[in-house]
Design a protein around this ligand. Structure first.
Ligand code: HEC
Length: 123
């Protein structure tokens, strides 16, 4: 008889937790204000500084260090027609399929894409 109570309690626990689980899986970002002009120097470069330059420094084919990064990105790694296809975005898009080791956060990816959409300026 005790075994049955045990199974019932386990079942209730199982149902409780399986029903609340979805809340944690769906991550929604607040919509980004697309009217704000994204600055390459103040907003995009700090992302490279913190996440990218340890591998993409002066030694490799893609230098993302301050002062060099812009010339390495525009125009070669920007796709003006399909912004999402820009290498500088696609390679580190957290929602994308590329196997590249390092990804932007969802928020960083939004900022990089918006900067490209605004003309990929050296601003
Ligand atoms: C741990 C080392 C490492 C870090 C950190 C890193 N990368 Fe890379 N990245 C690589 C390697 C290795 C390759 C070449 C293999 C490949 O294409 O996946 C590469 C390739 C690339 C390419 C395509 C190659 C090219 O010449 O255009 C881009 C674009 C790129 N990385 C962007 C970034 C960005 C943006 C960041 C920061 C968010 C970043 N990487 C952080 C190692 C790294």
């Amino acid at each position: 008889m005790k075994k049955i109570y045990f199974i019932v309690v386990l079942g209730i626990l199982g149902i409780t937790y399986s029903c609340t689980y979805n809340e944690f899986v769906i991550e929604e970002l607040p919509p980004i204000d697309t009217t704000i002009v994204i600055s390459f120097i103040d907003t995009i470069q700090p992302i490279f500084d913190s996440k990218c330059v340890k591998c993409h420094g002066s030694a490799g084919g893609l230098n993302l260090e301050a002062g060099n990064s812009y010339a390495n990105i525009v125009p070669d790694r920007i796709n003006e027609g399909i912004h999402e296809e820009s290498l500088i975005y696609k390679k580190s898009d957290p929602a994308g399929t590329d196997s590249h080791s390092t990804k932007y956060s969802a928020e960083e990816a939004q900022l990089v894409l918006l900067w490209i959409e605004q003309g990929a300026e050296n601003n």
